[in-house]
Design a protein around this ligand. Sequence first.
Ligand SMILES: [Zn+2]
Ligand SMILES: [Zn+2]
Length: 365
Amino acid sequence: MKKILLPLIALLFCILILFSGCQTLSSLNKSFTPQDSLAVHYLDVGQGDAILLVDKDDTMLIDGGNPENGPDIVNYLKRIGISQLDYVVATHNHNDHAGGLADVVANIDVSNLYVTHSEETTASQNIIKAANNKNVPISTPAPGTTLNFGGSAIVFLGPLSLHENVNDDSLVFKVTRGGNRFLFTGDMARAAEQELLSQNLDLEADVLKVGHHGSSTSTGYVFLRAVNPRYSVISCGAGNDYGHPHEETLSRLNDIGSTVFRTDLLGTVIATSRGDQLTFNKTGISPTQEYQVVDNGLVSMPNQETPETNSDPVSASFIGNRNSKVYHLPTCPSLPRESNRVYLNSFEEALEQGFTPCGVCKPPS
Ligand SMILES: [Zn+2]
Ligand SMILES: [Zn+2]
């Protein structure tokens, strides 16, 4: 009896060690954020969107690019030690967003799949199939739905209705980490932007994922001014067939003084927020290059200094943008953000200071 019992105990002991070893490995795999922070990886997937969010042990993938990007995203996740995703979000059913997700769902453990109510496409059918094969729960978060995500909070804002344009059915949501806010918009166009504006929602964000790869049909002035992003990220492919990002969008972003990060120029861009400090791993295009390079090579948020005003805001005839050096009528729909304004008494003063007249409101010159 003793002869059998001893090897049995030894065997049980080995199994126990093996299991506790597995546990250590999986917790090691989970420590991909070096510090208490939210990391937002705007992945370079060419003409498409794929964004990875990591906060403490929580992970979310927003879109997966085109079908050919699927294996690359799976490799990227594995390389940085992610073997499981808490959330996969298909903002909408277009191939350049939903296309690569079937591969991700098939090859990574996914806890929740979020989709939008919209016209089906081959891409969306493939994700649903992959999710059903692995019993991944599929749902659509209603506007107002909130999630705790690591040290961040997520709130879903849209879509508020269904539209003819599939892009307008994009899931829109905001991620807040302390004082830093990120807005994700998919390919939302003007109609959905207007709906969000009409609800008086708090759209303000520090980092805007610019809608529809920088197309001029998204990111209208009023919407942009409500978001007022210090930083904007455009996910698009170099030399894409659509001409994204469009000049009009870039000009609007420039006008409000937003620093622009483009995946077609920079590749994958990673923003990291500790709640009180926001850093990027790449240098964006800033109208004034007002960012600071800190010692670890990261680019730090510009200090929000109180602007010196040249004149009284109330009696000023024109409002200049200190970054773009364009001056506007006070009634112009494309006025710069408060901190970038220079108040000018006359157009002579504006011209003297090197300002040029705005093409939208056409002030006297
Ligand atoms: Zn789309
Ligand atoms: Zn798209």
